[in-house]
Design a protein around this ligand. Structure first.
Ligand code: MN
Length: 439
């Protein structure tokens, strides 16, 4: 592994120093080689740094322009800035010790008015990324296409009212899958940036849904033609920027995939902040996905409950992270997915070193969460209370109903005999007390 020292000269490789350390540029809980539940922390957590927030974020928000000009963005021309930014990205990821990165096509190379010229610039940056992956050992978790920033996508991409925009989106997805494949990406994400509507007065919702499904089918066909074996994901989000986004939540994405014959080709990329926007907990979305064999990858962040926007803050809530890792561990862990910090520095965090503090905090939070979730499973008291709650279903009658063998007449006969009036306590307070004991 070679390493450059150009963009973060005052930061050394971040190492594990243990929970007594007072060094803010060290891990207190994330110890990559430590074994937990049969695997290293590195392999359980599969931490990923995202290009858009980490390297391209400026602190801009709907009320103000960017207020953070990172040194790698300062250059004489766009391609020089693109090269510097990618160098800074790999220096950052290497010093942080995260095994993965991820990107949108337009994060890493500028867009021109001509698609062929845009693709040539993207290819130049993919060559550079390929060299940097080789020299640093950092791998690509997933790639994606940005189908929401350019004005052409104001009415959506796969759901645009314009067939020309649909074709442009398809061309962009085709290229983005190809370059992801070239970099050995383990997956490819479809986040429906503006796939939704602002008003039903101008929207044919059924037709737009069919168009979106068609784009995804085309992507599956292209993936197979290329021989790309990475996992496809769609990413639920209920609203923002659209009033209503079609990929509303895990359950509605599941229905969409089933309806359009896509369910064998996709898993879900669950984001914490999108879950809370949908009125669910992070754990709810993960649990739904895991329970239906759809849990693929995670965008690890959090919102601010007092704001209600998609604030994409770094995840520092230990309880939330623990409930997430409990679902991940119980479902057998990640295969192609990982924990991607789809999280951005706050507007007032303007120093490059803040990127390290932010990611170290997120990594230590999930490392602690992993250890606590493993303890909860090893200890087994919560699982036992859950088992007891459903124990009547382990009877002959329960098994017969679950197997589809019991008739209404048999159930009526059982009800006549038992005359059930009440069931056992749900033990919620006891379980909440037990959970507190692990923190
Ligand atoms: Mn978000």
């Amino acid at each position: 592994m070679t390493q450059s020292d150009t963009w973060f000269p005052n930061v050394q490789n971040i190492s594990f120093e243990g929970s007594d350390s007072r060094n803010p540029l060290a891990f207190t809980h994330y110890h990559a080689d430590e074994m937990v539940a049969g695997k290293t922390m590195r392999d359980h957590l599969r931490f990923t740094v995202c290009y858009w927030h980490a390297m391209r974020g400026t602190g801009a928000d709907p009320f103000g322009v960017g207020c953070r000009l990172m040194p790698w963005s300062v250059a004489d021309d766009e391609m020089q800035a693109a090269h510097q930014t990618m160098d800074a990205m790999f220096e950052f990821v290497t010093k942080l010790g995260a095994p993965f990165w991820c990107f949108h096509d337009r994060d890493i190379a500028p867009e021109c008015d001509d698609l062929a010229e845009t693709n040539a610039k993207l290819d130049e940056m993919i060559d550079h990324a390929d060299r940097l992956q080789e020299s640093t050992g950092v791998r690509l978790l997933w790639g994606t296409a940005c189908l929401f920033t350019h004005p052409r996508y104001m009415g959506g991409a796969g759901t645009s009212p314009s067939v020309d925009v649909f074709a442009h989106a398809a061309a962009q997805v085709k290229k983005a899958i190809e370059v992801t494949h070239r970099l050995g990406g383990e997956g490819y994400v479809f986040w429906g940036g503006r796939e939704g509507y602002d008003t039903l007065l101008n929207t044919d919702m059924r037709r737009e849904g069919e168009h979106l499904a068609r784009l995804l089918h085309l992507a599956v066909e292209h993936k197979q033609a290329l021989g790309f074996e990475g996992q496809f994901y769609i990413e639920p989000k209920p609203c923002e920027p659209s009033t209503h986004q079609y990929d509303y939540d895990a359950q509605s994405c599941h229905a969409f995939l089933l309806k359009h014959g896509l369910v064998d080709h996709f898993k879900l990329n669950i984001e914490a902040n999108h879950a809370t926007l949908a009125g669910h907990t992070f754990q709810h979305e993960l649990d739904y996905a895991a329970g239906h064999d759809l849990l693929g990858s995670i965008d690890a962040n959090r919102g601010d409950p007092l704001l209600g926007w998609d604030t994409d803050q770094f995840p520092t809530d230990l309880r939330d992270a623990t409930m997430a890792m409990l679902v991940v561990l119980r479902s057998g862990g990640f295969s192609t997915g990982g924990l991607n910090f789809d999280a951005k520095l706050r507007r007032q965090s303007t120093d490059p070193v803040d990127l390290f503090y932010a990611h170290i905090g997120g990594m230590d939070t999930f490392a602690r969460a992993l250890k606590i979730a493993d303890q909860i499973i090893q200890d087994g008291r919560l699982d036992e209370l859950m088992r007891l709650r459903y124990v009547s279903w382990d009877s002959d009658l329960g098994r017969s109903i679950e197997a589809g063998n019991a008739s209404m007449a048999e159930l009526e006969a059982h009800a006549m005999k038992t005359n059930v009036q009440a069931i056992d306590s749900g033990r919620q307070e006891l379980m909440e007390n037990l959970l507190n004991g692990y923190f």
